[in-house]
Design a protein around this ligand. Structure first.
Ligand code: 3EB
Length: 333
């Protein structure tokens, strides 16, 4: 198999294969790191029995790896996984361009440069983490600064900032670097949008001077496989937050959105239908005190599916949680 996902939370046995890359969530020690690219996500785990959750993508195909420009990457013939961390302090703020905006633009330009050099042109999925995402500095919320830098890089690198854009999440942590993991491939992703939501790249200017550059989901095709990546999904209908202050309402609305994205993906899929119960979920909860309510609500909505709960900030101050998910199917021929 080209890519197998393994998680320390899961009972699914590890097949043969070598790590292409992965993530450590919780309190990943600052000590020895694996040799493969790892995104360390320093955020409290909720309801976990161990201090760290380890997730990896394994492959049976031959690997090549490298590092430059603060990117650590590893690839096989068809898929590349990389992690990039930039310190905002290394970017001087300029009039009209904050350090975070400059760092975000530089991060994405470096990613695109690597993908060009590696002939791995199609960006499939991006995991974005930044400090103090809702903090307003220089008159603009930091998430909105990030959006300007990200969109600038897509445009500067001739990628286009709408339609054919990757699945993503953008999450706030207490401190730390601008921390971005990405998966790219030799084959194009099929972007999936949600009929219940305005596409994020078409959000009106109420949500910032530049729209976020991501698709609601992506179907991607490592050899012999179809993977559905569902982007961070929140309680947004149209472009507006719904159920402010009501975490259970937001939970139900987020799952209604995931169900709608799943239905869209199922119109476009090549493998058997994707089901909510087979997805692997990562749930970001803004307030740790909401965790019991969120878990109870999700249990009734998705049953016993695999879920990692993390305490983290969401990109709008009125959003109390965000849910992302993925599933992988073998292709018939
Ligand atoms: C939303 O739907 C919620 O900026 O990359 C979800 C997924 C969200 C990705 C991003 C933001 C991003 O607008 C926030």
């Amino acid at each position: 198999m080209t890519l197998q996902f393994v998680s320390s939370l899961s009972a699914v046995p590890r097949e043969t294969g070598t790590e292409l890359g992965g993530a450590l969530l919780g309190e990943p020690s600052t000590g020895a790191l694996p040799v493969w690219p790892v995104q360390r996500i320093f955020a409290p785990l909720l309801g976990a029995t161990s201090p760290v959750v380890q997730e990896n993508w394994l492959t049976t195909l031959p690997l090549r790896s490298g590092g430059s420009d603060d990117i650590v990457w590893c690839r096989n013939d068809g898929v590349l996984y990389g992690v990039l961390e930039l310190s905002e302090a290394d970017f001087l703020p300029m009039p009209g361009c904050s350090s975070l905006q400059a760092a975000s633009a530089e991060a994405y330009r470096r990613i695109f440069r690597l993908l060009d050099a590696q002939a791995m042109p199609h960006l499939w999925r991006v995991w974005n983490y930044l400090a103090d995402i809702n903090l307003e500095t220089e008159g603009l919320e930091r998430y909105r600064q990030f959006n300007i830098g990200r969109q600038d890089a897509f445009v500067a690198c001739r990628r286009g900032a709408s339609g054919n854009v990757p699945a993503a999440c953008a999450i706030g942590l207490v401190g730390g670097t601008l921390n971005i993991a990405f998966m790219a491939g030799t084959t194009p992703a099929v972007p999936v949008e949600n009929p219940r939501q305005v596409s994020a790249y078409n959000y009106p200017a109420d949500y910032g001077p530049r729209s976020p550059t991501f698709s609601r989901a992506a179907l991607v095709y490592p050899e012999g496989q179809e993977i559905l990546f569902i982007s961070g999904t929140a309680s947004i209908v149209g472009h507006q937050t719904v159920h402010p202050g009501d975490v259970v309402g937001q939970c139900r609305e987020s799952m209604a959105n995931i169900a709608a994205v799943l239905a869209e993906a199922n119109r476009l899929r090549r493998s058997p239908a994707f089901m909510l119960s087979e997805l692997c979920y990562r749930v970001y909860v803004r307030h740790a005190g909401d965790f019991d309510k969120v878990r109870a609500a999700l249990r009734t909505l998705i049953g016993a599916a695999e879920v990692v709960y993390v305490q983290a900030d969401i990109c709008r101050h009125d959003l109390l949680l965000e849910i992302e998910a993925f599933a992988s199917h073998a292709l018939e021929n």
